[in-house]
Design a protein around this ligand. Structure first.
Ligand code: NAP
Length: 241
């Protein structure tokens, strides 16, 4: 797909990678960009429509879906990243609420519009979906879960013409990684690489130097081959509503 003249929704659009995705979609000529945020947002570009959207709030998700009449590209970007040591169930639940049930709920609400447009879903996952960082195990679990969700949605929605991408993001210089002293890509470069990957039809997008170093190994590896084998089983089944 090309972004020009399309309608895009980005969650977590007020800062970090989400803010950069809004800017890059506008740069590519998007017709309308819905910016999902928890706090009111003012944007200088008239093509941006703010949407109040806490992804853990099902009433807000429903209200947001009712305000949008057409959608080509949904980007599930909102996320949290907190240190834990797996001793606190509440930390697991909080990560799953935002990073897993958030994208699940938003996707379900916008699926009728995406089916109608034969649109595209992008889930901003993390490299930690592939290998847990034990400093942030609850985060890693939530990202493994949303990666699995992405793989299943990809297979289940293929018959409706809806494309589903995972972004296996490495370290990016945002509020999330402040205080984490490692080389990081800029949010602007990552947003550009994500939308390049969408436009080029890359199923799994590796948008920064750290993740890009793993792209070839992932794409030609046994886990990807196994995903395709499993997807073929789902695609052999009739699509249900
Ligand atoms: N930065 C990295 O190194 C990195 C690496 C891999 C993956 N990622 C993923 O990339 C995505 C964006 O991260 P970022 O680095 O841009 O982080 P960030 O700068 O901390 O921004 C997080 C965004 O998510 C929003 N958010 C948090 N909880 C929300 C909720 N319940 N409902 C709606 N929005 C919510 C925040 O909104 P508020 O301003 O209201 O809090 C903010 O807009 C996340 O999914 C993250 O896991 C980031």
């Amino acid at each position: 797909m090309t972004i020009a003249d399309k309608t895009v929704l980005v969650t977590g659009a007020n800062r970090g990678i989400g803010q950069a995705l809004v800017a890059d979609a506008l740069r590519r000529g998007a017709r309308r960009v819905y910016a999902g945020t928890r706090q009111p947002l003012a944007h200088p570009d008239g093509r941006v429509t703010p949407l109040t959207l806490d992804v853990t709030n099902s009433a807000q998700i429903q209200a947001a879906a009712e305000q949008v009449d057409a959608l080509d590209l949904l980007i599930n970007n909102a996320g949290i990243w907190l240190y834990d040591d797996l001793s606190d169930r509440a930390m697991l639940e909080e990560h799953l609420a935002v990073n897993f049930y958030g994208p699940w709920g938003v996707t379900q609400a916008f699926l009728p519009l995406l089916t109608r447009s034969k649109g595209t879903i992008v889930n901003n996952v993390s490299l930690m979906a592939l290998a847990a960082l034990p400093l942030t195990p609850a985060y890693s679990i939530s990202k493994a879960a949303v990666f699995s969700l992405t793989q299943s949605l990809r297979a289940l929605l293929a018959g409706r013409g809806v494309q589903v991408h995972a972004v296996l993001t490495g370290p990016v210089d945002t509020d999330m990684t402040r205080g984490f002293d490692i080389p990081k890509a800029s949010a602007a470069s990552v947003a550009r690489a994500i939308l390049d990957g969408v436009e080029q039809g890359e199923e799994d997008i590796f948008p920064d130097p750290v993740s890009a170093s793993m792209a070839e190994g992932w794409r030609s590896g046994v886990a990807k081959a196994f995903e395709r084998q499993n997807a073929a089983l789902a695609q052999a089944q009739p699509v249900t509503a």
